[in-house]
Design a protein around this ligand. Structure first.
Ligand code: ZN
Length: 410
């Protein structure tokens, strides 16, 4: 059962006031206007043939599950929304970010040849095992993200969503955290190559280290990552003092959050940090890594979020009025993850927002055929726990403001 009064609706008021400290003011567009524009769902039928080994928590089938949910809701066709089939990224494109020897090592490992160098590159570990089709699997997931980038560059999409993407941990020559090919870094690179100012927002429970590192000395791609504190979770990085170097100083932003962080506090951090910086940076395009491992009950993450907060985040980001290239990412409860991505898609399409619920006039529905059935119930947080979390979140907000806001005139 879903209660529109208690579930949320308290977050939006922050959006228009958070950038009152000066700097360029961000125009906040009213979202949920039923028709943000053209939303394209990226789908790789070939990807369904591949999966990580059974004992690995990363489940590639989450993308197909998301698609099935959306098809059952009739949400993949109709006004302003469509599907687009994507194929694998070509090797020369992958080489724009990854070194050749690393890509060779993946192919060799798949063929049964894993040497010391391959091991040092992170291949053959519990997180990044060697498995049949691993190169194709990574190249397909990446191909869909890059297709999304093209669709946005060509002006054919306002939102492109690839739930199979979001492999934000991979480095130029390293596999890490279930990630082999960093499709999001490549997506940002492709957009930046075409002279777009890119705002990368990463709401996965883990720090978006691979993408941050790729642009650590650049000012044309700003990376903002909100994640569970690296002292308590892989990859152990992403602290407020990590703000970039050289030209990139102030263009890497990190907001570590304490275990147990719940919707209201997550949104408080997001609202305090992201809209002001987005306003100051004034991007041409937003790349959004929507890992769903921050959801309560995720077997790897320790946050206590519901999918409602991701819906709120998406509405806030849509309010920036810029094209959005969105990807999946983590999310190790496959059912919850797929449902959250399905909800995310509905929000991108201007459906399932607060107005839809308010319009119910207090009637409670538990009909999963209706879009509100995708939303999680409210989670109750103990007062003692809430106090500690609130304090830690305030510390993070203050640290981010102190470290980077002045650089952007905020
Ligand atoms: Zn993650």
């Amino acid at each position: 059962m879903l209660d529109a009064d208690t579930r949320g609706g308290l977050y939006y008021s922050d959006v228009s006031t958070t950038n009152s400290g000066g700097g360029k003011r961000l125009e906040v567009v009213t979202v949920n206007a039923r028709g943000f524009g053209r939303s394209i769902f990226l789908h790789s039928p070939e990807l369904e043939a591949y999966s990580y080994p059974e004992d690995n928590p990363f489940r590639t089938e989450r993308a197909a599950m998301t698609r099935e949910i959306l098809m059952s809701h009739g949400m993949l066709s109709g006004r302003g929304r469509s599907e687009h089939e994507a194929s694998a990224a070509e090797r020369d494109v992958l080489e724009k970010f990854h070194v050749r020897r690393y890509l060779d090592a993946i192919v060799a490992a798949e063929g049964g040849q894993l040497d010391i160098e391959g091991l040092q590159m992170g291949l053959g570990t519990p997180d990044c095992p060697v498995f049949r089709g691993m190169y194709e699997c990574a190249a397909l997931a990446c191909g869909a993200t890059l297709t999304g980038a093209h669709l946005i560059l060509d002006g054919r999409a306002d939102v492109a969503f690839n739930p199979a993407g979001g492999h934000h941990h991979a480095g130029p020559a390293t596999a890490s955290g279930f990630c082999y090919v960093n499709d999001v870094a490549l997506g940002c690179l492709m957009l930046a190559e075409r002279h777009r100012r890119v705002l990368y927002i990463d709401v996965d429970v883990h720090h978006g280290d691979g993408v941050q590192d790729a642009f650590y000395d650049r000012s044309d791609v700003m990376t903002i990552s909100l994640h569970q504190n690296g002292r308590t979770l892989f990859p152990g990085t992403g602290f407020p003092g990590d703000i970039g170097v050289g030209d990139g100083r102030g263009f890497s932003v990190n907001a570590p959050l304490p275990p147990g962080t719940y919707d209201e506090q997550y949104m408080r951090a997001f609202g305090a940090i992201v809209p002001p910086l987005a306003g100051a940076f004034d991007p041409d395009v937003i790349v959004l890594e929507l890992g769903m491992d921050g959801l309560s009950g995720d077997p790897l993450g320790g946050l206590k979020l519901t999918n409602n907060v991701y819906a709120d985040i998406i509405e806030t980001i849509m309010g920036f009025g810029k094209p959005i290239l969105a990807t999946g990412g983590g999310g190790y409860h496959p059912g919850n993850t797929a449902r959250a991505w399905a909800l995310a898609w509905c929000i991108f399409c201007g459906e399932g927002g607060h107005d839809d619920l308010v319009g119910l006039g207090g009637i409670m529905l538990e009909n999963t055929d209706w879009i509100a059935g995708l939303r999680d119930r409210v989670l109750v947080v103990e007062a003692v726990e809430a106090g500690e979390i609130e304090e830690a979140v305030s510390d993070t907000i203050r640290a981010v403001e102190a470290n980077v806001f002045a650089i952007h005139g905020l």
